[in-house]
Design a protein around this ligand. Structure first.
Ligand code: PMV
Length: 314
């Protein structure tokens, strides 16, 4: 029996622009998903027979990383699904990690590569940001060129991304989940249409790339005031690309006096926002006051890892 856990993520800077080959910066968060595999006489997921249409990520993970006898997979999640916090990537990474461990082939890079193939197969379109961040943990800088801290390069069709490790100071973020589910695919397609037809939108994407690199260096210096300012700028730029939502704006505004800055995180159109703060209690109250669900998260956590066997308390 093998058991792995993997973290969720927040994108601090660069979502959407990363699809155009620009850099992005994502942080692993201290909400984890655990998956265990053990031998069984049939394929089971959480005690029920596995069905491809219900267990899409887990069944694709099996295709990608398992060719042995039937197994039982048990998952436990602390990440709300559909909240933009990388729950599908984390469940995929944890499941693949435990399958590879069972075969004596556990390596975070192998996990990241296989997990990206799964996300791509399920979603049709994806960047390896979520799966690599869940695999490596800490901070992950996505860029076209190789830079310091190079981890691995992942390609799909004519696209390729170089992934880099970044250490992250112990920042606290409060996530505000709008409860509004918006699919990533149509939002990504909408941005592409806008950028193809508007010079201002193309300029916004270029500016986001500068914000990302400036933001990474501000994080490394622990300069929270600068990080917050850049988050607000990134939020405005994402709004100009049409992926905002009035509730996200309300939550960002509500955090003005209780945070260094805030922005939407992930695909937008709903989903979640994040605020960088030293006062998570007040930021949570501000977020709740506009009708979003607050969750305090710490960042820079470990990536996919082997865990001891489950106990009754798990
Ligand atoms: O759906 P999320 O929260 O993982 O965010 C998607 C991030 C995008 O940049 C919009 C798309 C991508 O594949 O990078």
């Amino acid at each position: 029996m093998k058991r792995c856990s993997a973290p969720g993520k927040v994108i601090l800077f660069g979502e959407h622009a990363v699809v155009f080959g620009k850099p992005a910066f994502a942080l692993a968060i201290d909400l984890r998903i655990t998956a265990s595999v053990s031998s069984s006489d049939q394929y089971l997921v959480n005690g029920r027979p596995m069905k491809k249409q219900h267990h899409v990520y887990v069944s694709k993970a099996l295709d990608e990383a398992w060719n042995g006898p039937p197994i039982e997979i048990v998952t436990r999640s602390r990440i709300p699904s559909g909240s933009g916090l990388g729950s599908s990537a984390a469940v995929t990474v944890a499941t693949i990690g435990s399958m590879l461990a069972e075969r004596g082939r556990f390596r975070p890079e192998t996990v990241a590569r296989k997990a990206f193939e799964v996300e791509l197969a399920v979603q049709g379109r994806a960047s390896p940001t979520d799966t690599s961040t869940s695999s490596n943990g800490h901070g992950v800088l996505v860029a076209q060129e190789k830079m310091d801290g190079f981890l691995w390069r992942i390609s799909a069709g004519d696209k390729a991304w170089s992934m880099h490790h970044r250490d992250v100071p112990g920042f606290t973020f409060v996530v505000g989940y709008t409860g509004i589910h918006a699919s990533t695919g149509p939002l990504v397609a909408g941005v592409k249409k806008l950028v193809d037809s508007s010079r201002d939108a193309a300029r916004a994407v270029d500016r986001i790339a500068e914000v990302v690199l400036d933001g990474v260096s501000a994080v490394e210096k622990g300069d929270k005031a600068r990080v917050g300012k850049l988050m607000l700028e990134n939020h405005g730029l994402l709004n100009s690309l049409g992926v905002g939502h009035p509730l996200l704006d309300k939550a960002v505004e509500a955090c003005e006096r209780v945070s260094y800055g805030a922005k939407l995180t992930g695909a937008g159109g709903g989903g979640s926002m994040i605020a960088l703060t030293d006062d998570p209690v007040s930021a949570s109250e501000a977020i709740a006051s506009v009708g979003c669900t607050p969750m305090t998260v710490n960042v820079g956590c470990e990536g996919v890892r082997l865990e001891p066997r489950a106990t009754r308390a798990d």
